[in-house]
Ligand binder design. Sequence first.
Ligand code: PBG
Ligand code: ZN
Length: 321
Amino acid sequence: MFRRLRRLRLHPVLRDLVQEVHLRVDDFIYPLFVRSGEGIKKEVSSMPGVYQMSIDEAIKECEEIKSLGIKAIILFGIPDVKDSVGSEALCDHGIIAEAVRHIKAAHPDMLVVTDLCFCEYTDHGHCGVLDPKLGTVDNDATLTLLAKQAVVHAKAGSDMIAPSGMMDGMVAAIRAGLDEAGFSHIPIMSYSTKFASAYYGPFRDVAESAPSFGDRRSYQMNPANRREAILESIEDETEGADILMVKPALAYLDIVRDIREVSMLPLAVYNVSGEYSMLKMAAKAGVIDYERVMMETLIGFKRAGADIIISYHAKEAAKLL
Ligand code: PBG
Ligand code: ZN
């Protein structure tokens, strides 16, 4: 005897007909790491398949990404020189500005999103300028610099600014800075709920952005907090964010659902470096069916309520869609 719930699982076409959420190539934003030089494409051992690339290589990579149907990238810059205030991030000829300009010139149809933070550019590796008395990031001094950095990105041609530093008031400050400089049409995708997570470990190898002392717990969130996680995103919505985000993704799908239910804004998840590398390493060890585990993970983000998925798996997933 078949009962009701099993009847709809028998015919594969019927299974497809009753599928509730779908993964599409259009859901993805693919992260790229750019550095100076030419002909550089350097794989980082903690993230197999992820590279630091010079701008010329990044342009070639975009060709491949487009051929797979992916239309959006998020850029991270690795500067040659770092200093206490992250000066290269504020320069119109810094690595990110140059990368955006060249990539947009070669691929005007690509949506180029820029991650906006200071940790890759400061010699101490923190996400803003330091308050020597507190020994951590000075929130409001950093806000002024974030607004400047956003204008540098927008002038270079960034299509969307994605502030990831978890400073209080960052969305309002960046919005005001962009509007004042004539970029009121550029949206902000805020890393609105971002936890202080050990899952970022491999990213910090690729982006060369590990803090030289301490950790990020005075600005990123405590993984134990649910109400605060919702509050963080609501706050960014109030400040004018256009898209909200939860990061990391896997251990925080309850938070994705919570925010989905309190906000009508589009919601992104960041399927972070450690989540990616765990699957890669498990595949290398021969303990999982990599492609199936990857697709199951990605559809889980959609089911939890995400509209947009930032993922290092994007290219591999696009090939299977
Ligand atoms: C920069 C930034 C980080 C990530 C995205 N933007 C690292 C951090 O906050 O330490 C992490 C991405 C990943 O792990 O894939 N603030
Ligand atoms: Zn940062």
